[in-house]
Write a protein that binds this ligand. Structure first.
Ligand SMILES: Cc1cc2nc3c(=O)[nH]c(=O)nc-3n(C[C@H](O)[C@H](O)[C@H](O)COP(=O)(O)OP(=O)(O)OC[C@H]3O[C@@H](n4cnc5c(N)ncnc54)[C@H](O)[C@@H]3O)c2cc1C
Length: 433
């Protein structure tokens, strides 16, 4: 019997260590330095954060996202999923463990498609946790449909010249380089006519017009850049992978990352459920605890049911990736996890907020941030609707149209066939079968 829902003891021990370490050493950083996780370390923060990173390295848990074929430790997605479930509780934790998005996906594609020189120049410092990177793909007029992108890269002698606009390029302001997707051949389909470039952020012609914030972040404090690329010249060897390969590269980028994202979301949703339960057991109104009110019990039961279903599904998907080692084969389930993720977090955070009353909607509890995070999850890496299309298409591949006017499970048709099959036993029967 091969099904097994237990974590192997050695890795379970590692996870126990991570759980304590994140709670005691990393979560305090979220409270004293909120919003600074993606800012290069100053002297002061370095004194605290570098020893923590060192500790993570000593436990062989630094930058675990690369597979062994790409030079990583090769933990596999199931173990990484379990690890990310814990890291999801803290916004600093992925930084301390060297596995923060979008750097993980960026590292993955450079490891996969980069030349030795590109790996030395960009991947090494990224994996050392010394620099940040940015993935610059979405444009102001087009996000969900990359075939509409217009940013151009034109070959001029030994150089490529990039012109255009990009929007929501996260962390561009602290990144040391950008991965830019641009049209290199407008004559062919977008799937063959776009390429990726590795572009140092200080290249002349790159202007961060403004940094867009999320939710109620004050103007100018956001992390998501509107960028104007004007006559940005990079050498021919700035091309990542082959010319026209941008779509294939973009696909590679999102495989394991989505599962890690889903597990970090589970960590966050679990935290919301924990808070909901604690509050239900602590607060009394109209003669009894909230925990004794059926509506609140419904919130708790529905939340637990949603969370446990989603968690098992994500772990199953991670297990599938490890088993088949083929993201394409598991695409339907990866997309399904992406589709379900925002709803699970939204619903649980919303109920937890409600159970906390006024305190729940205040800035003294984290629920509004969780709700915003749920909204972000329905957009970043593509909107839910687009992933639903992928899921539906993949599901439909397993089906054929009915061969005649009636559905194949149409009862009169099935009954006629059954009667024919069993005719010899039915001939003496009377009645209205
Ligand atoms: C926090 C955050 C960080 C991000 N970071 C980055 C980054 O680092 N780099 C980067 O390049 N991009 C980034 N993005 C952008 C993200 O990839 C886009 O937001 C996403 O692809 C959707 O594009 P859009 O916002 O232009 O929405 P649009 O393409 O305008 O879509 C808007 C809405 O239209 C509907 N819709 C779209 N297509 C379909 C369809 N086929 N069927 C039905 N309905 C549809 C959906 O409701 C969708 O939400 C980030 C976004 C967020 C929110």
């Amino acid at each position: 019997m091969a099904w097994d829902f237990e974590t192997e003891p050695e890795f379970a021990e590692k996870l126990d260590w991570v759980d304590t370490f994140v709670r005691e050493e990393v979560e305090p950083l979220d409270l004293v330095w909120p919003g600074l996780a993606f800012t290069p370390l100053d002297e002061n923060r370095r004194k605290v954060v570098d020893p923590l990173k060192e500790e993570v390295r000593r436990h062989d848990l630094w930058a675990t996202h690369l597979g062994s074929e790409l030079g990583g430790q090769g933990y596999g997605q199931l173990k990484l999923a379990l690890l990310n479930e814990i890291l999801g509780r803290s916004s600093w934790a992925p930084i301390v463990f060297g596995c923060q998005a979008p750097d993980t996906g960026n590292a993955e594609i450079i490891a996969h498609y980069g030349t030795d020189e590109q790996k030395q120049r960009y991947l090494r410092p990224l994996l050392d946790g010394e620099v940040f990177s940015c993935y610059s793909m979405t444009e102001p007029h087009a996000g969900a449909d990359p075939t509409m992108f217009t940013t151009r890269a034109v070959r001029d002698g030994d150089e490529w010249v990039i012109d255009g606009w990009k929007f929501f390029s996260s962390n561009a302001r602290t990144a040391s380089f950008l991965i830019v997707m641009a049209v290199t051949d407008p004559e062919v389909s977008a799937y063959q006519g776009m390429s990726m470039f590795l572009v140092p952020t200080d290249t002349p012609g790159i202007e961060i017009v403004r940094n867009v914030g999320l939710g109620s972040e004050p103007p100018g404090h956001g992390d998501h850049a509107l960028i104007h690329y004007e006559d940005v010249r990079v050498p021919a060897d700035a091309l990542l992978g082959g010319e026209g390969q941008a779509f294939a590269i973009a696909q590679t980028r999102l495989g394991g990352g989505r599962i890690h994202h889903a597990m970090r979301t589970i960590g966050m949703a679990q935290r919301a459920l924990d808070m909901m339960c604690e509050r239900a057991l602590s607060r009394e109104t109209q003669g009894s605890l909230l925990a004794d009110k059926q509506f609140v019990q419904g919130y708790i039961a529905d939340s637990y049911a949603q969370l446990v279903q989603f968690r098992l599904f994500v772990l199953y998907t991670a297990w599938e990736i490890d088993k088949y080692n083929d993201y394409k084969r598991v695409r339907k389930d990866i997309a399904t996890a992406k589709v379900v993720m925002p709803t699970v977090l939204h619903d649980i955070a919303w109920r937890a907020m409600q159970v906390h009353g006024a305190l729940g909607v205040s800035n003294e509890m984290p629920f509004s941030g969780m709700l915003l995070a749920a909204g972000v999850m329905g957009l970043a890496d593509g909107p839910t609707e687009v992933h639903k299309v992928t899921v539906a298409r993949q599901v439909l591949r397993g089906y054929r149209p009915s061969e005649d006017l009636w559905p194949s499970r149409h009862i009169p048709k099935l009954r006629a066939a059954a009667r024919e099959k069993l005719a010899e036993y039915l001939e003496h029967e009377v009645g209205n079968l």
